[in-house]
Design a protein around this ligand. Structure first.
Ligand code: CA
Length: 238
C-alpha cells in the first residue's frame, strides 16, 4: 500500500477514472460526492493525501481546504485541487489556503499519479539533516547556530535561524507561507501566515545589504518565499 487517498468529487466519471488508476498504482482510495461527508471522514480517519474538487454540491473545495488547514490533525495533510478547464481557479487563493498543487480536468491518469507522487515525496522528512551550509559569502552552522554573511556574523534568534536554515536547505524551492508554518513553527502553533512575513523581514534586516531589495531571501509574488544561493550571478557576466 503506497498511501491512503481521499477523493472529494461529485463527477462520477472522474471518480471512476481516478479510482481505477490509483488502485492500479497501489493506492487505497475512498471517494465522497459531497464536501461534508468527505470532511467528516477525514476528521475520523485522516488520509495521506486529499484530492479536492472545487465545485461541489454543498461545501466548495476552498472551504474544505480552509477547514482542513484550521484543524490540528489535518493541517499538514497534502491537498491537490482538481479544477475544471475554463472554471476560474484562483491559484493564489489555493496556495494561500495551503494547497500543495492542482491539476486541470481533463487530466491524464499518468499526470495525476505523477503529481501525487511528487507531493507525497515533498512531505517526507529529509533523510539527512544538513548540518552546515557553505556558499561563497554565506554560511550557516546548525551546531553553533552561527550565520556568517560576507564575513560578518549575523545574530539570528533560534526561530529566525530555523526559518532561514529551512529555506537555505532547499535552495530555489518556493515555499508558501502555510508550508513554512508547518515546517518551521510546527503543528502546535497559534500563528497566522503573516507571522512568516514578519520573521522574513527580521531575517532580511540581519542578512541583507538592502533588506527592501533582498538578494538571498526573495519573495515570489503570490506564491511565497525562496532562498537564492547565487544571487545575480554577477561574477558569471564578467
Ligand atoms: Ca464538481
Amino acid at each position: 500500500m503506497r498511501g491512503r487517498i481521499v477523493l472529494i468529487e461529485d463527477e462520477k466519471d472522474i471518480v471512476e477514472l481516478v479510482r481505477y488508476n490509483l488502485r492500479k498504482e497501489g493506492y487505497e482510495l475512498e471517494s465522497f460526492g459531497r464536501g461534508r461527508e468527505g470532511l467528516e471522514h477525514l476528521r475520523r480517519h485522516g488520509a495521506d493525501l486529499v484530492l479536492l474538487d472545487v465545485l461541489l454540491p454543498d461545501l466548495d473545495g476552498f472551504e474544505i481546504c480552509r477547514k482542513l488547514r484550521s484543524e490540528e490533525r489535518l493541517r499538514a495533510t497534502p491537498v491537490i485541487f482538481l479544477t475544471a478547464k475554463g472554471e476560474e481557479f484562483d491559484r493564489v487563493l489555493g496556495l494561500e489556503l495551503g494547497a500543495d498543487d492542482y491539476v486541470v480536468k481533463p487530466f491524464s491518469p499518468r499526470e495525476l499519479a505523477a503529481r501525487i507522487k511528487a507531493v507525497l515525496r515533498r512531505k517526507e522528512p529529509p533523510t539527512e539533516k544538513v548540518e552546515r551550509i557553505q556558499l561563497a559569502d554565506f554560511s550557516m552552522d546548525t551546531g553553533t547556530l552561527e550565520v556568517t554573511v560576507r564575513g560578518q556574523k549575523a545574530e539570528l534568534s533560534a526561530l529566525e535561524f530555523k526559518l532561514l536554515h529551512f529555506l537555505a536547505s532547499h535552495p530555489q524551492h518556493v515555499f508558501s507561507r502555510e508550508r513554512l508554518l508547518d515546517a518551521v513553527w510546527g503543528r502546535d502553533r497559534f500563528v497566522t501566515p503573516r507571522t512568516v512575513d514578519v520573521h522574513v523581514r527580521r531575517v532580511r534586516e540581519k542578512i541583507e545589504v538592502q533588506p527592501d531589495r533582498p538578494r538571498y531571501l526573495q519573495t515570489v509574488r503570490g506564491a511565497g518565499y525562496r532562498f537564492v544561493p547565487e544571487p545575480g550571478r554577477e561574477a558569471d557576466a564578467q
